[in-house]
Design a protein around this ligand. Structure first.
Ligand SMILES: *Cc1c(COP(=O)(O)O)cnc(C)c1O
Length: 395
């Protein structure tokens, strides 16, 4: 144990960055500073509020332009985007899908919705995302080629996908991960729910997997109230996703027919209207978030035993949730620091409880999770709403 953490110093560092209004400071709040109200009014005035309307297509076009991914399909939330993405990657009942233990529960739930079983993987302390080298070693140990493709020799189940989740907006090290996936013949799916505006070696996250999922929940980098999008560079998959998420309805002027058990997952126009306004302001939102991260970084510079997690060298991150990492040996201070800051009106929180500790996932296959288990005890998320940061325009 290297000294002790001065809890007062942590609180002072936070207070130096955050506004002193006396009001509680939320972990994350959306910023509506553009055309949100005008576009919502347009929906109400024209009556186009539901599953048809011009904003949905416009929103998809904006996502395609911004991310550089060929096709975006807007859906009701990020979980449904991931569900359909996994299904279109070939994941079905009785399959196994590699997913990080350190993630929000929706990653594992989407696997379960396919009737498949999540297989939990460890994280890298450099990215907080899946560790490609450790995954490679694990797969060397358990993966065998079978008639149905690559199998887990311990469970006899096909390994159908690897999900990479870009934690708190920081991209995983994608190139070595793609090498591992290629070596074993398992497709990569990106859970990019937290990484809109985050780039890996200059390319937007979501470009690397067979499919990727974005989320526009209220606490994400940009919001549509509730919403999500499936991204893919494969036109054929995009067409299938569009079809499956709109009840698999057959194109016809007036006949109502369907050729599969589809889903009612299409994003409504009102949500997309909000999304269009948010996408117009995304550069400003990102500038604010990065300026906030910079100020946190400076404020914690002299505070012993803690550091702000910074984007890896290959990444440009959106800093969706700023993350304080306690040095190892200081795990016991986490809860006290969270209690102290919250009682001072600063809404901090720990990382998600690791998936293999949740009752419904406790018996799932997993690799050694030492790094994720270490990180879980040492992560504190800090208030990160874009309104807390600055733009060049109003700094
Ligand atoms: C938010 C989130 C999701 C799900 O998005 P919803 O829009 O809330 O369904 C999935 N995965 C991760 C990692 C998330 O953070």
């Amino acid at each position: 144990m290297k000294g002790t953490i001065d809890q007062g110093a942590v609180l002072r560092a936070l207070s130096a960055v955050l506004p002193a209004t006396g009001a509680p400071i939320a972990l994350h709040e959306p910023l509506f500073s553009g055309n949100e109200r005008a576009y919502l009014n347009e929906c109400v005035d024209t009556g186009w509020v539901s599953s048809a309307g011009a904003f949905v297509q416009r929103f998809e076009g904006m996502l395609e332009d911004y991310t550089g991914v060929r096709r975006a399909v807007a859906v009701v939330n990020g979980t449904s985007a991931l569900h359909i993405g996994l299904k279109l990657s070939g994941v079905g009942a009785g399959d196994e899908v590699i997913a990080p233990a350190l993630t929000f529960v929706a990653t594992a739930n989407a696997v379960s919705y396919c009737g498949a079983i999540p297989h939990f993987a460890d994280s890298s302390a450099n990215t907080l995302g899946i560790d490609p080298a450790k995954l490679n070693d694990h797969l060397k140990d358990i993966a065998v080629k079978g008639l149905g493709g690559v199998m887990n020799r311990l469970t006899g189940r096909p390994l159908k996908a690897v999900i990479a989740m870009h934690a708190f907006g920081h991209p995983v090290d994608i190139d070595p991960l793609l090498d591992v996936c290629g070596r074993f013949g398992i497709p990569l799916v990106e859970d990019a729910a937290q990484s809109l505006g985050s780039f890996y070696k200059g390319r937007h996250t979501g470009n690397f997997g067979l499919v990727a999922a974005l989320s526009f929940n209220g606490n994400k980098i940009a919001t549509t109230g509730g919403g999500g999008a499936l991204l893919t560079n494969d036109e054929r998959l995009a067409d299938k996703a569009r079809h499956l998420t709109t009840t698999a309805r057959l194109a016809h002027g007036w006949l109502i027919g369907h050729d599969a058990i589809g889903y009612n997952y299409r994003m409504p126009n009102v949500n997309a209207a909000l999304g269009c306004a948010q996408m117009e302001r995304l550069p400003e939102i990102l500038e604010r978030k990065r300026s906030l991260a910079l100020r946190y970084c400076a404020a914690f510079d002299g505070v012993k035993g803690v550091r702000l997690f910074l984007e890896p060298a290959f990444a440009r991150s959106n800093y969706w949730l700023n993350t304080l990492i306690l040095d190892s040996g200081h795990e016991a201070v986490r809860d006290a620091l969270i209690e102290l800051t919250r009682s001072s009106g600063i809404m901090t929180r720990p990382a998600w409880t690791l998936m293999h500790r949740l009752t419904m996932y406790k018996d799932c296959p997993r690799m050694d999770l030492k790094a994720a288990e270490g990180l879980e005890q040492r992560i504190i998320n800090l208030p990160s709403g874009p309104a807390l940061g600055e733009t060049r325009a109003n700094a």
